[in-house]
Design a protein around this ligand. Structure first.
Ligand code: FAD
Length: 317
C-alpha cells in the first residue's frame, strides 16, 4: 500500500522508522534483531537507506596507498523484499541520484516494481568523500527533482527508450527529503523550500524531514511550506541522542542545532548511559508534542540498539 494511503486511512499519528542495510559480510538477522522489538508499535512502513560506493585507501606492505572503491552496505532492494515478506509491512527503499545512470535507475525501479514495492524515497545523495561537490554520473541526475521526474515518467508508462510500446505503468508513491533547518548547501531556507516545491511539482507525494531536536523548527518549517503552496504530508524525522559524543557528531553529520537545554543536560551526564536516558526523555517530549499536534507520522532514525526508540514509542503511541 502507498504511504499516502496509510496516512489517509489512519485517524492517528503513525509510527515508522528507517534501518540501514548491514555492513557487507554481516547477516540479515542482525537487521531483524533491530526490527523485532519495534514491531509491537505496528509500523505500516519501514524505510531502508541506500549507501553508495565509497573510496577507501589501503596501505600496502611497501608503504604505498592503494585506492579502492567499495560499497560497504549493499542490499537495499533485497532487504526491502525480505521485510515485506517476513513482516507483511510496506517498505520504502531510498534511491539516489549519486552513482546511478538513468538506465541504472530505470532497471532498479523495474526490480522494485516486480517485487511489489510501491514506495520509494527519491534523494540526491551526498558527494563522495574524495569530491568537493556532488557530481552526478555522466548520464545521471543532478538533483532529486530530476529523479522524481523519471519515476513519475515510469508511473505514466514513459521509459527511457521511447520506442517501447504498450509499456507497463509503474505505480510508485514518491517521497522526498526536506530540511527544517535548511539543507547545508542551500543559500537560504526560502530557496531550499522553493527547491522542495519543485520536487513536489515534479511528482513527490510525501516528504520526510531531516532529524531535528527543536519541534518549533519543524512547526515553522511546515508553515512556510504551506505558504509556499506545498500541500503533501510532511513527516517529521526524529533521532534520539544516545551518547555524549553526539553533542558534536549530530551537528557535524546532520547539520542541525541542539537546543541549549538538551546540550546542558548531556554535558552534565557522567557517562553515556546517562546521556542515553536524557536522549530518551527528550525524544518522548518531542514525540508527544508532535503527536498532539496531529502530525501524519513520526519517523525514527534507528542506528544500532532500538531500546531507546521503543521507550519513546511506548510513551507516545
Ligand atoms: P536535492 O533535493 O536534490 O537538494 C540538494 C541541494 O540542491 C539542496 O541544497 C537544494 O536546495 C539544492 N537544489 C535543488 N534543486 C536545485 C536547483 N534546481 N538549482 C540549484 N540548487 C538546487 N543519503 C544517502 O546517501 N542515502 C540515504 O538513504 C539517505 N536517506 C535520507 C533520508 C532522509 C529523510 C534525508 C532527510 C536525507 C537522506 N540522505 C540520504 C541524505 C541526502 O542524500 C543528502 O542530504 C543530500 O545532500 C541531499 O539530498 P536531497 O534529496 O535533499 O537533494
Amino acid at each position: 500500500m502507498k504511504i499516502t494511503e496509510h496516512i489517509a486511512q489512519s485517524k492517528d499519528t503513525l509510527f515508522s522508522f528507517e534501518i540501514l542495510p548491514p555492513l557487507k559480510g554481516q547477516r540479515i538477522e542482525d537487521i531483524y534483531e533491530v526490527i523485532d522489538p519495534l514491531m509491537e508499535f505496528d509500523p505500516p512502513f519501514i524505510n531502508v537507506t541506500y549507501h553508495r560506493e565509497e573510496v577507501v585507501y589501503k596501505r600496502l606492505p611497501n608503504g604505498l596507498l592503494e585506492q579502492k572503491t567499495v560499497r560497504k552496505r549493499p542490499g537495499t532492494v533485497g532487504i526491502c523484499a525480505a521485510l515485506q515478506y517476513r513482516y507483511k509491512v510496506d517498505t520504502v527503499p531510498h534511491m539516489l541520484c549519486g552513482g546511478f545512470s538513468k538506465e541504472d535507475t530505470e532497471n532498479a525501479l523495474i526490480d522494485l516494481d516486480f517485487l511489489g514495492v510501491e514506495n520509494v524515497l527519491a534523494l540526491r545523495g551526498d558527494s563522495m568523500k574524495n569530491e568537493r561537490f556532488f557530481a552526478p554520473e555522466a548520464d545521471g541526475h543532478q538533483y532529486a527533482k530530476d529523479l522524481v521526474g523519471q519515476i513519475k515518467d515510469m508511473n505514466e508508462g514513459r521509459f527511457l527508450d521511447d520506442e517501447l510500446q504498450n509499456t507497463n505503468k509503474t505505480n510508485f508513491c514518491i517521497g522526498v527529503a526536506a530540511y527544517p533547518e535548511k539543507h547545508f548547501e542551500a543559500p537560504s531556507l526560502n530557496q531550499d523550500i522553493m527547491h522542495l516545491k519543485q520536487k513536489v511539482d515534479a511528482g513527490a507525494d510525501f516528504i520526510i524531514t531531516q532529524l531535528f531536536f527543536d519541534n518549533q523548527k519543524y512547526f515553522d518549517f511546515v508553515n512556510r511550506c504551506r505558504k509556499a503552496g506545498i500541500t503533501v504530508p510532511i513527516i517529521p524525522g526524529l533521532k534520539p541522542l544516545s551518547t555524549k559524543q553526539h553533542l558534536s557528531f549530530l551537528p557535524h553529520f546532520f547539520k542541525v542545532d541542539l537546543p541549549d537545554d538538551l546540550v546542558k543536560a548531556v554535558v552534565d551526564c557522567k557517562d553515556n548511559a546517562a546521556a542515553r536516558q536524557v536522549g530518551i526523555e527528550w525524544g518522548i517530549k518531542q514525540a508527544q508534542e508532535l503527536k498532539a499536534a496531529g502530525v501524519p507520522a513520526i519517523h525514527f532514525y534507528s542506528m544500532g540498539r532500538p531500546d531507546n526508540i521503543a521507550a519513546i514509542a511506548r510513551a507516545t503511541f
